[in-house]
Write a protein that binds this ligand. Structure first.
Ligand SMILES: Cc1cc2nc3c(=O)[nH]c(=O)nc-3n(C[C@H](O)[C@H](O)[C@H](O)COP(=O)(O)OP(=O)(O)OC[C@H]3O[C@@H](n4cnc5c(N)ncnc54)[C@H](O)[C@@H]3O)c2cc1C
Length: 383
């Protein structure tokens, strides 16, 4: 089968790799140089502790397992670290955390309560005096997203994926085949198209007459916007992903820490250049210094935009019965991308419907019962 994959973020690379390994002839259309990728600027925490819906929780746990599979495959080159994750709650967050842990117990999700001393040993961060309850999630971790994508791309090309630089203008489904037209006028034909173009997927789907329910507005205050700080602080030996009341931290390249504060996202304006000297950058740095006692040697602010299905859950599968367009879009795509790529490839080539994917078909939006209201991500796990 000849398959075109549109998009070379974590989702597109993962599905292209799995399709090629299963024997398909895959052309990956890649506009990374022109449009960028959400996957490059991601907090990149592999997690399920904030995802309590049973189906979604199970999907994310399976997504975390797939990172272990890739870790074994990539060996020394792997970008995955199962560092564990800490959630430090103050008095205001304590009952919410206790409630969450009760539900996680029902899901048999591994965690344990730790004291401040253990938290420091595990993470390198000394919890503030107001810490009321600290939970440790040993199976959580993080990836270095650029390195993961590099590894996926090399593996995909080795498996035979042909990478074509270009921007897709439109998709045309001819029912016995499908074609895409690039901005330079080139038309490429195939048996199936996998639409994995992240936050650009909604507008591309429309060219094929598909209404893909996603939030794709990128403006100040929109739910898609997320800001990350990259702090160079070699004195801080951060060893785990840490969430505490004012700031979230994850280890990055040697000496570097990625910092995030979800409550600051609505202040970020994608229309103007975002620099570390902006109020949001200053506030993020101050929170970092306040917690760690360390002034970063360098601090950079980067703005990113989520690929956000309307109800926050993945949309995976054929656009409608008989369609040659398979949609593959998801938030939490770092945790889920490698797994979704593998499951999608099996569905496309073997026709086997995955139970894990069945709650995430586009058809769930048809009865109008789902809220399309944009929800600004503020809770842990929504990142
Ligand atoms: C601030 C922030 C923090 C996050 N934190 C986490 C986290 O901790 N854990 C987690 O699991 N997830 C997290 N996410 C979500 C995760 O990063 C995304 O879900 C994931 O990166 C999406 O990957 P993707 O491959 O779908 O999209 P992308 O990486 O955006 O890739 C889409 C690709 O499609 C290409 N493309 C678009 N249009 C066209 C076209 N017309 N023609 C050709 N190519 C095209 C683009 O150039 C790009 O290469 C976070 C996201 C943000 C913004």
């Amino acid at each position: 089968m000849r398959i075109i994959t549109i998009g070379s973020g974590i989702l597109g690379l993962s599905v292209a790799l799995n399709l090629a390994r299963k024997g398909a002839s895959v052309e990956l259309i890649d506009s990374q140089e022109t449009l960028g990728r959400t996957s490059e600027t991601s907090y990149a925490w592999t997690n399920a502790s904030g995802k309590l819906d049973p189906n979604y929780h199970q999907l994310n746990v399976a997504g975390m397992e797939e990172h272990r599979v890739l870790h074994r495959e990539f060996g020394m080159e792997s970008s995955y670290t199962e560092s564990g994750g800490l959630f430090i709650a103050d008095a205001a967050q304590e009952s919410g955390l206790r409630e969450r842990l009760l539900q996680l117990e029902q899901h048999q999700y591994p965690f344990r309560l730790v004291n401040a001393h253990e938290a420091e040993e595990l993470s390198g961060i000394t919890p503030r005096e107001n810490a009321a309850l600290i939970a440790y999630f040993p199976k959580e971790g993080y990836v270095l997203p650029k390195k993961l994508m590099h590894n996926l791309r090399i593996a995909a090309e080795t498996a035979g994926v042909q990478v074509t630089p270009g921007v897709v203008r439109s998709i045309a489904d001819h029912f016995t085949s499908v074609s895409v037209e690039l901005m330079d006028g080139q038309v490429i034909h195939a048996d199936r198209v996998v639409l994995a173009a992240g936050r650009w997927s909604k507008s591309l789907a429309l060219t094929a007459g598909i209404d893909l329910p996603m939030h794709d507005e990128v403006a100040k205050g929109s739910a898609t916007i997320g800001v990350l700080g990259y702090a160079l602080a070699p004195q801080l030996n951060l060893r785990a992903v840490v969430h505490e009341p004012t700031i979230n931290l994850r280890p990055s390249a040697p000496g570097q820490v990625v910092v995030q504060a979800l409550d600051l996202n609505p202040q970020a304006d994608p229309a103007s250049a975002t620099t570390a000297g902006d109020p949001i950058g200053v506030e993020l740095q101050n929170r970092f210094i306040d917690l760690t006692g360390i002034k970063p040697e360098r601090f950079e602010l980067r703005l990113s935009a989520r690929s956000l299905p309307a109800d926050g859950m993945p949309i995976v599968g054929s656009a409608h019965a008989g369609s040659n367009v398979y949609t593959l879009v998801s938030h939490s795509g770092v945790t889920l991308g490698p797994l979704l790529g593998k499951l999608a490839a099996a569905e496309i080539l073997e026709g086997t419907e995955s139970d894990l994917l069945s709650p995430y078909r586009i058809g769930r939006f048809e009865d109008g019962s789902r809220s399309f209201e944009a929800h600004i991500p503020t809770r842990i796990g929504e990142q």
